[in-house]
Unconditional design. Sequence first.
Length: 336
Amino acid sequence: MIPASNLPELPGFPVSRLRRLRRTAALRRLVSDVVVRPAELVLPMFVREGVSEPVPISSMPGVVQHSQESLVKAAVAAVEAGVGGLMLFGVPASKDARGSGADDPDGVLNVALRRLRAELGDDTVLMADLCLDEFTEHGHCGVLAADGSVDNDATLQRYAAMALAQAEAGAHLLGTSGMMDGQVGAVRAALDAAGSSDTGILGYAPKYASAFYGPFREAVNSSLQGDRRTYQQDASRTVAEALAEVALDVAEGADLVMVKPALPYLDVLRAVADASPVPVAAYQISGEYAMIEAAAERGWLDRDRAVVETLTSIKRAGASLILTYWAAEFANKELT
Ligand code: PBG
């Protein structure tokens, strides 16, 4: 420790003082660059078959599995709050090996889509998760081959059937989240052949095998044993693989692509946003939600500031739109 009297003299005052523009809230507002708009937020929602009241999801405080009735009410409220879209997930009462509920017009997700479309028309963008894991008894995103592996091409047939059911039910955008090779092309071809060329595709590319999907398993009553590493991406790969996934989805007809999860992959998001010819979404997933809610519950961080900071970071990294479980609540708040 050098005694203060022995410190060398400072060479005059700093020439640049970046603190000047941080001094008042008005100055900070004046020069702020990245502001998230409510219309860029999409609310993911769960609808469960056979319940008359919403069922709380314990690992996602504030998020519920809706009944058909409560779903409509909550969706209307979210749209009134100003959110840009809704992403729907179905939780069927019974599951089987091929996920039959997924393409059944009377399946929980398709019924909900039809009701919401009738209620909301084109006032909001209605999106549907196009994947089998919510509907299969084994919890995988596709159908299984005899050896227990996920059968890519047999799954594409199921996705095509599911796409037709969702388009017929009124979804504007289908979120191809299963990470099967060729899924966007298969869905696009099926839609076009059925005359649904106006139904768009939100390609989940890149999508990583992530621990942060944890709470989602509870949200959809998933019985998944094992993991999804044979089809979702490995976090240790370079961004080049992510760009290859994006290029394929775009070539196959994706109208938007989505990076997922968001916060642990902001570098990937930036690279995709720089390279993608189509708009780029990011999904702040269940585990990202849960960790902030849990820490806030313990008084360990300021919840609202943490939420706005993460949303701002995701937008700064290049997302044009953000799927977040906080969409409806924060559409009503000052997002700076
Ligand atoms: C697949 C799908 C998942 C999520 C969205 N679509 C689960 C998975 O890939 O394991 C996760 C969303 C979240 O965790 O919030 N149907």
